[in-house]
Design a protein. Structure first.
Length: 278
């Protein structure tokens, strides 16, 4: 089975405020994403592919309400906090944070942990305190993974190397996997590989041999976990990625990168058609 993940980041912010949302008014945005994609995804059998949307917390309830009885769209949140509520323990003192139990109560079966944007944020905060040990970030993410799983959620765990780290990619990715997933239930984890060094305007995308090499390494290191391409599944690379036996799906974000940049449901469905070949 292939995994198609959709990271909607903060694509809900209207254009007039510097965002890329041309899809719907903010209050209707999450529901609009689900309504405009779920029928098109019904053409794929459940054993053929699964579809998970990672939305900002404010849109989870409306997205859940928009799902039809047989909707193939599963919902996920964009990260969880490393501690949680417990009977007889902390009953909700988590101002500004998102405990996994809160996300699960909102209908999330998945969470996204370790995305390069999250790693950068945590590394920046630690650097302010004089901590530059990358293992510290991995250990924090590990607590998030275990908190999510304790709340019954599946995890899309992201790994990736920067340009500076590329010469020692095996060491970097190995540590992210070993330290970030220590003690986790691997049956409820999918790995997303982000070649951070190749993501962004003017950068050369990772090619097929490089992605194959990394995917094989991840599978060998983790005992065969599914690996999806986290550097952006899009129209330009969908058919190439479909030809990589070691890749089990992809992570989609923006669907349009020029002109009226943004996420467009019809383009999302076309990317999936190209990748799945039907």
């Amino acid at each position: 089975m292939k995994h198609i993940f959709l990271n909607l980041k903060r694509f809900d912010i209207p254009v007039e405020l510097g965002g890329v949302n041309r899809l719907a008014p903010v209050a209707e945005w999450g529901a609009s994403v689900v309504r405009r994609t779920q029928d098109g995804l019904l053409r794929y059998a459940p054993e053929e592919a699964e579809f998970v949307d990672f939305l900002p917390e404010a849109h989870l309830l409306t997205a859940a309400a928009a799902r039809t009885e047989h909707s193939p769209v599963q919902l996920g949140c964009q990260g969880v906090y490393r501690a949680d509520t417990a009977v007889g323990g902390n009953f909700g003192a988590f101002t500004t944070n998102r405990p996994a139990h809160a996300a699960a109560a909102l209908g999330c079966g998945w969470t996204l942990i370790g995305h390069c944007e999250e790693r950068n944020d945590k590394a920046g905060i630690l650097a302010e305190a004089g901590v530059t040990d990358a293992s510290a970030v991995n250990r924090i993410l590990n607590r998030e993974v275990r908190a999510a799983q304790a709340a019954g959620m599946n995890v899309l765990y992201c790994i990736g190397e920067t340009n500076e780290e590329q010469p020692r990619w095996q060491e970097v990715l190995g540590a992210q996997l070993d330290e970030g997933l220590e003690g986790a239930d691997l049956s409820r984890v999918v790995i997303a590989y982000e070649p951070i060094w190749s993501i962004g305007p003017g950068k050369t995308p990772a090619d097929k041999p490089y992605i194959e090499k990394i995917a094989r390494f991840v599978k060998e290191r983790t005992g065969g976990l599914d690996v999806v391409y986290g550097g952006g599944l899009k129209t330009d690379n969908a058919e190439m990625l479909a030809g990589i036996r070691e890749i089990d799906g992809g992570l989609i974000a923006l669907t349009r990168f020029a002109g009226e940049i943004g996420f467009y449901p019809e383009e999302y469905l076309e990317i999936i058609r190209l990748y799945l070949g039907k």
